[in-house]
Design a protein around this ligand. Structure first.
Ligand SMILES: [Zn+2]
Length: 431
């Protein structure tokens, strides 16, 4: 009897917790007191600043004596830390896990969607606890529209996770993606990692279907390894690309284009896409064109390092492999050309929660730590068109905040040690 009562009580408590999270608007007021506050702007971190949060919003940031702190505010001391805006990764795959655990083909063909959705929920939590409070998740890779449900569960407070901007299924040219048809006997139809289309009409229909089901961004694959020797070649015609971009933009949705080859990048840019993913073989002229047209670049350097580790015997500390060198040269050309570069790691290829590896690469290849940190905060928010909600520490923005031991704007490796994570004014991790 008492056990039954305990179970009922636990159930009621759990329901209460879920319900209050579901009801939204946290009512708590916090005063966060780190050593320094790095706001996401050009200024260096401010020593002696504190940040006041109320009802999920940043109310004030400045020297503590200048802040009017309401009675009852909860003070959180964060000695030895720097407070930054919540981090943003603009290229993730919550529905993938590292390829050395299961090959991509096996994930798509053998893992049921329900199992992948449970995994994605776990990945969302790991991401948030690592200080990444926003993701642009660029395709479920064969898990249909399950990202719409993950996003909803996070928004309703059922599971912890970052703010999500999702792409649902993504769009590929027929027979151009994976599981690659040539790897299987020709008389079986395989489920695919994205929605296949041919022709302008099917392309536009796919955009409308995905938008209608909840895509925030439209993701297309402008090239893929379809050359007879496995080289990256353009997949869509210029007309197909234009049809996708036109339908997406009419609905108010930006377009992200996977493109690794210079030709694929060039076609996507001319069609009007908003971001280029990977871009390893981009030429100087192509990156200058991106800068002039305001197309953002997400270099996904960690994905290359990870796949070279899994499939090409690369070990950290060794000289870079030819594939890594190609990616590094692409990144350096983009940096020299003045392209807007955001933090986009392709996490999922490597472990969720290890997103910090991408800004570490950005610094290793030429960005200052502050520049790399902006790529993960204010610059990323701009690419998302969310600069008025997230990405900086300034009054009026959502209270997505992280404190790290040390100062990541001076030493980027500090991103590995988050000691406080707050999203929307809800405290998820604290010392
Ligand atoms: Zn990707």
């Amino acid at each position: 009897m008492s056990r039954l009562l305990a179970t009922v009580c636990a159930g009621v408590l759990l329901l209460g917790a879920v319900f209050s999270a579901h009801a939204g608007a946290p009512v708590s007021t916090f005063l966060l007191r780190p050593d320094k506050v790095w706001t996401g702007d050009d200024a260096p971190a401010h020593p002696g600043w504190a940040v006041l949060v109320r009802d999920g919003v940043i109310v004030a940031a400045g020297e503590e004596r200048t802040l009017s702190v309401p009675a009852g505010a909860r003070r959180i001391d964060l000695p030895g830390t720097t407070l930054t805006p919540g981090l943003i990764d603009l290229h993730s795959h919550l529905f993938l896990h590292p390829y050395n655990e299961a090959a991509w083909n096996d994930q798509v063909l053998k893992e049921p969607e329900a199992y992948r959705t449970v995994l994605a929920a776990r990945h969302a939590r790991d991401t948030l606890m690592a200080g990444f409070t926003t993701l642009r998740d660029l395709g479920t890779e064969g898990a249909g529209y399950a990202d719409v449900s993950i996003k909803r569960a996070i928004d309703e407070g059922l599971i912890p996770g970052p703010r999500l901007f999702i792409a649902t299924r993504a769009i590929v040219a027929s027979s151009s993606y994976g599981p690659a048809p040539r790897g299987f006997r020709p008389d079986i139809e395989l489920p695919q990692g994205a929605q296949e289309v041919t022709g302008r009409e099917e392309a536009m229909r796919a955009v409308r279907e995905q938008a209608g089901r909840g895509a925030d961004w439209i993701k297309l694959y402008a090239d893929y390894r379809i050359g007879s020797e496995g080289s990256a070649q353009p997949t869509f015609t210029a007309g197909e690309l234009q049809a996708i971009v036109e339908a997406a933009h009419l609905s108010g949705r930006p377009v992200a284009a996977h493109a690794a080859s210079d030709k694929g990048m060039r076609m996507a840019i001319e069609a009007g896409v908003d971001s280029i993913e990977h871009g390893y073989a981009g030429s100087e002229a192509t990156f200058r064109r991106m800068r002039d047209r305001g197309v953002a670049y997400l270099p996904t350097l960690t994905a290359v390092e990870a796949t070279e580790q899994y499939f090409n015997h690369y070990q950290p500390g060794q000289p870079p492999t030819p594939k890594m060198q190609e990616a590094e040269q692409g990144f350096r050309r983009a940096l020299a050309a003045g392209v807007t570069i955001g933090c986009g790691s392709d996490v999922g290829v490597f472990r969720h929660g290890d997103n910090w590896r991408e800004p570490t690469w950005l610094v290793k290849l030429g960005m200052t730590p502050a520049q790399a940190l902006r790529a993960c905060t204010s610059v990323a928010a701009g690419i998302l068109r969310q600069q008025d909600r997230i990405g900086r520490i300034t009054p009026g923005l959502r209270a997505d905040l992280v404190a790290f031991t040390g100062d990541p704007s001076e030493r980027i490796e500090a991103l590995q040690q988050p000691v406080l994570v707050m999203k929307d004014g809800v405290l998820l991790r604290q010392p």
